[in-house]
Design a protein around this ligand. Structure first.
Ligand SMILES: *Cc1c(COP(=O)(O)O)cnc(C)c1O
Length: 456
């Protein structure tokens, strides 16, 4: 597999050049999707018995494949939740890739795990977690929610001392909860019931309490977690966490907060108080790959009592038991989620925090909030647009008066095809509307002007 030295050097330079050029593009081309048949025709066969050679494979990637992937860090990529990794985090992602770090155990990856834990501490402190809190970086919010709920169910069964070993568990969430909570319940063969939300999508505490009160005693016994959302994905609203924590506490069950998108707002003084009650969580997640400027894939999962989570997740095998010493300082990230081998995926985030400092994070998150408020004003002032609600975080939901779903889709397709912007329609109470989500500090008010004008 070793090419002779000069071609090896040429490939090294070419790949590094490509990466550096991509990092420096401001903005990168938006690009757009192609069908598999088109890609097949354009790229030809790429996996062959004798290999294409690195330069040719890189050419196929750069000329064909990369152009069929949308740049999530483009300042007018405003669909879903965009990405906006810092330069330091991207550069360090290259280092992590080059370093063959096994991030699952202290024995093998201690130095990396130490740094990841520093970054987790920053997040735990934002939420007001106690000093013993800790956790692990997993691939995304979906994996984080599942792992938190597995820990929650484990505690419920432990406390029941055998009575619930075969009982199907029950999770209470709300109508605004992310689809990954339902997916976790399905994967765990548990049930999920959802409490009603208010007309902006926030969990209603009165509805939560009524739902609990109406449960049959045997169902109330099955509840192992209450899940609240701090930043719903579609509307960016925060559930009343204090009330949800209180209800979970009275029921004696685990309280999990899904902050995959929105918990990053804890860094911003202007919205911080809306998260009151997150400090009561038994676990919470936030995705640095969403609104904390880290590359994919990176979700911080934090437990109030990591030892509890460790009992739920540790894998035992003859060849693994050497990793489990009694030294409490030996932190094995594998033990805190549903995984074993892992990339030290918190390191790019850590390097960026270490490089720029936490003040820069506060300012960057705050800047996106400020821009979102200005964007809402532009929308509100445009005669052809209607703001659906004042943004609580960085999602703006609005409608173009008089448009059919087909008109929204045609507008969205045209903008992407022209390389101008990526904004897909969403639905709100059954109606097709528009949604933009701003997490990129490079997005400016001019970008929003351009969108507003294109909708006239
Ligand atoms: C994005 C999101 C998730 C899922 O996170 P992934 O990283 O995409 O798996 C879960 N919950 C909320 C609230 C989200 O916004």
């Amino acid at each position: 597999m070793h090419e002779h030295d000069s071609s090896h050097e040429v490939l090294t330079q070419a790949v590094l050049r490509y990466a550096v050029d991509r990092i420096r593009m401001d903005p990168p081309p938006l690009d757009g999707p192609r069908t598999a048949a088109e890609l097949q025709a354009m790229a030809g066969r790429t996996v062959t018995p004798r290999g294409l050679g690195g330069l040719e494979a890189l050419r196929v990637f750069s000329d064909v494949l990369s152009q069929a992937t949308i740049s999530a860090d483009h300042p007018r990529f405003l669909s879903f939740v965009p990405a906006a990794p810092t330069e330091a985090s991207i550069l360090f992602d290259l280092v992590v890739g080059a370093s063959s770090i096994y991030g699952g155990s202290w024995l093998e990856g201690g130095g990396a795990v130490h740094a990841e834990n520093e970054a987790l501490r920053y997040i735990a402190d934002l939420a007001g977690m106690p000093p013993e809190a800790g956790g692990v970086f997993v691939s995304g919010g979906t994996a984080g929610n599942l792992s938190a709920l597995i820990a929650a169910r484990h505690r419920w069964r432990e406390r029941a001392q055998g009575r619930h070993d075969r009982t199907r568990g029950l999770v209470i969430s709300s109508k605004g909860a992310h689809s990954s909570i339902a997916a976790a319940a399905r994967a765990m063969d548990a049930d999920e019931i959802t409490a009603l939300a208010d007309d902006q999508g926030r969990l209603r505490i009165d509805a939560l309490r009524a739902l609990i009160a109406d449960l049959a005693p045997e169902d109330r016994d099955r509840v192992f977690a209450v899940v609240a959302t701090s930043g719903t994905t579609n509307a960016g609203v925060i559930d009343p966490l204090e009330g949800a924590a209180q209800a979970a506490h009275e029921l004696g069950v685990w309280f999990h907060v899904d902050g995959a998108y929105g918990a990053a707002g804890l860094a911003a003084p202007s919205v911080r108080d809306r998260y009151a009650g997150i400090d009561h969580a038994d676990s919470f997640i936030v995705d640095p790959h969403k609104w904390l400027f880290a590359p994919y894939d990176c979700c911080a999962l934090v437990y109030r009592d990591p030892l509890q989570a460790r009992r739920a997740h540790t894998q035992h095998a003859e060849y693994l038991d050497v990793l489990h010493t009694d030294d409490e300082h030996e932190w094995n990230p594998s033990d805190f989620a549903h995984h074993l081998s892992r990339r030290a995926r918190g390191l790019p985030f850590w390097f960026s925090l270490a490089t720029y400092g936490t003040d820069a994070y506060r300012e960057a998150v705050e800047a996106t909030l400020t821009l979102t408020r200005a964007a809402a004003r532009l929308v509100d002032d445009a005669a052809h647009l209607e703001l659906i609600m004042e943004p609580e975080l960085t999602v703006v939901l609005f409608r173009r008066t008089g448009w059919s779903p087909q008109q929204y889709q045609a507008w969205s397709d045209r903008l992407l095809a022209e390389g101008v912007a990526f904004v897909v329609p969403t639905s709100w109470k059954g109606e097709t509307v528009l949604r933009i989500c701003i997490v990129n500090p490079r997005t400016t008010i001019d970008d929003i002007h351009l969108l507003v004008d294109s909708l006239a």
